[in-house]
Ligand binder design. Structure first.
Ligand SMILES: Cc1cc2nc3c(=O)[nH]c(=O)nc-3n(C[C@H](O)[C@H](O)[C@H](O)COP(=O)(O)OP(=O)(O)OC[C@H]3O[C@@H](n4cnc5c(N)ncnc54)[C@H](O)[C@@H]3O)c2cc1C
Length: 257
């Protein structure tokens, strides 16, 4: 085989693999916007149960806010109620003071990504959910573009159908924002849109308790829960993100059934 032939074969393998994923993503049970801890935790639950899951991540590297740990120190902390989830995905941890557990942030991000993919979820990195499709008052799909491309050039996005979308985009709550900007979603009575000041314990509880449906077909998990319902921002602790994503995964499993 001459050198150019192998080069073309490599390119063909990459393109075929990518377009298989892209084609399969055209119709999913669930599209998850954002590959942070909450989105990946939801993906693991859904894909492990055999649901068709597409994760759309706007950055090159999935993992969201995990990589930076606390103030760039790549360790994560979880509380007792979430430590079982670390064991389930094979992340090693150590018990420290205060009923807390510490683990390596890089191991955590890698294991979450690996488990989600090995369970069968597809991941489209460098792709962004720009908007949602709405039919008869229900979200029926995501409008997806390549990151950067759509912002810089007049390139039309593609449409991916799904029975449900999870906004796991973190502080931005950027999918919910598309409906809010059009006045289609209002903050619940007496609450605000945007996070409140830090209250670690209340925030960890809020991000799990309030995770749920925000509009027919659209669900929120992780920090976007606080952004949407005015919950307190929480300390640098990741248990709530995992529990919030897992809760939405299980909720959707029962609803899709
Ligand atoms: C400014 C800032 C403040 C923080 N404050 C706190 C805090 O108070 N408490 C705390 O615990 N942690 C905080 N963190 C750390 C961290 O963000 C969270 O703890 C945790 O990572 C949130 O998990 P998540 O799953 O909700 O979302 P993230 O980890 O933020 O992941 C969201 C992912 O969605 C992607 N994304 C966003 N929009 C789109 C879109 N439209 N389409 C596709 N992908 C998209 C992002 O690229 C990202 O990878 C903060 C981080 C930042 C940057």
């Amino acid at each position: 085989m001459i050198a150019n032939d192998i080069g073309a074969s490599i390119s063909e393998a990459i393109m075929n693999g990518h377009f298989d994923d892209l084609r399969a993503s055209l119709s999913s049970d669930v599209i998850i916007a954002g590959a942070g801890p909450s989105g990946l935790a939801a993906a693991i639950v859904l894909a492990s149960a055999g649901r068709s899951v597409t994760i759309v991540e706007k950055r090159l590297s999935p993992g969201g806010g995990i990589w930076g740990g606390g103030m760039t120190m790549s360790k994560i902390v979880v509380q007792e109620s979430a430590v079982g989830l670390l064991s389930e995905i094979g992340v090693r941890y150590q018990k420290v003071e205060g009923g807390l557990y510490v683990a390596d942030a890089i191991e955590f991000a890698c294991m979450l990504c690996a488990r989600a993919l090995q369970a069968g979820a597809r991941m489209l990195n460098l792709h962004v959910v720009e908007d949602v499709c709405l039919q008869d008052g229900r979200v029926t799909g995501a409008v997806v573009n390549k990151s950067i491309l759509g912002e810089q050039f007049p390139v039309d996005p593609l449409v991916f159908r799904a029975k449900a979308i999870i906004d796991a985009t973190g502080h931005e709550a950027s999918v919910v924002q598309t409906l809010k900007e059009r006045g289609l979603i209002q903050s619940p009575e007496g609450s605000q849109f945007g996070e409140g000041p830090m209250d670690v314990e209340a925030g960890e509880k809020f991000v799990v308790d309030e995770a749920g449906v925000i509009f027919p077909g659209l669900y929120v998990a992780g920090m976007s829960v606080c952004a949407c319902f005015g919950g307190p921002r929480m300390g640098p602790i990741f248990g709530g993100m995992l529990l919030s994503g897992t809760k939405i995964g299980e909720l959707l499993l029962s609803e899709l059934r």
